[in-house]
Design a protein around this ligand. Sequence first.
Ligand SMILES: [Zn+2]
Length: 436
Amino acid sequence: MTAEKTRLAAARTGGDIRMEVLRRAEAYRADIARFLRDMVAIPSPSGQEGRVVDRILDEMRRVGFDEVYRDEVGNAVGRIGTGPATILYDGHIDTVGLGDPTAWTHDPYAGKVEDGRIYGLGTVDEKAAMAAMVHGGRIIKELGLDRDYTLYVVGTVQEEDGDGLAAGLFVEHLKAKTGRRPDLAVLGEPTDLAVYRGHRGRCEFKVVVKGRACHGSAPERGDNAVYKMGRVLEGIQRLAPRLKDDPFLGRGTITVTKIESKSGSLNVVPDECTIVVDRRMTWGETPQSCLEELRGIVAELGEPDAPGKGPGVGGTGAEVALLDYDAVSYTGCPMRMAKEYPTWVTPEDSPAVTAGLRAAEDLFGVRPPLGKWAFSTDGVSLAGGYGIPTIGYAPGHEVLAHTVGEWVAEDQLVKAAAFYAWFPAVAAAELKKGKD
Ligand SMILES: [Zn+2]
């Protein structure tokens, strides 16, 4: 027996396999960082993730995953083990756009390392989690920790503007391929190594108001759609402070994110005005209730004036509708859904939360804080749609997501890799307890 094998056997029988997990995560610090920097160097805006998925599949193969492939929508899929519990790690690997390139403090694609931090677009959101998940898988394989579970590490596509769609399609794919359904899921959205267990849902609405065009020199002959929309905007602003509150998730919010009008020329009174509304839903709010609320604002303004009556103070006749997400994945798969992303909260006593807290405490000696995200994640379909107990645990601060100063601490990458290696064993034991 080599010295290495003897030490490993001693660690196992001595029950201190956790020390070995930590030791290996630390030993792979440079590998994890290199893999992250490689992913950062490959631009992967939503819908163009092909090359970064290639890189992830290579790394999964190299570190010894049992099965590695690309699914129909182009998600990177790596499987470890064949045990009864099914655990899903979801790390989306698309990023938002670059924005103003000159605003970046560091080259967004260089993955510059400075004072123990790795800088770049998509570090925190959330290629860092993918780097740590894959090397967590490596540790699992090396230590033979995968006897009681099947772990799927999935690098999902198109999360940034189609939250949950590709993750949900993976759940469907898994069911069709293996008959399995994840017993629980871990999201790689940044939590600063806390255990997160939910967030507000969201939906996007379009409100369209029609008017009547006329010459700009005699506006009284027409009916200005922009003025009519102004009254809807006032109604939305009045509604905002009255929205429902929740002790864990906080208050629902509503805001207008776009406005445009149509007119034949700049000297024609506009006959149509459209706004887009971003609505965040707290506990107890649904896309349907939000739609009715917006229609209520329109109804409060009264019936529209009869045609030909000229500009009046009657209602606006505004039409309210949910927007659709309509795109194509880089593999050519149509990606369509209504822009409704349900609110979700995993209860504190769920096996997912218990296992998350215990796995972190086992490794680092302290119980991590519990929390929630301000923004939306793939949890909208995994937890909100499919009811899979879901938590988040990942490196990096969520406030850095979608900013021009994204960075992640190398120390957190290492800790996250240890967590991802240890968590499935703890989770499988928790799930078994629930079944016994
Ligand atoms: Zn993200």
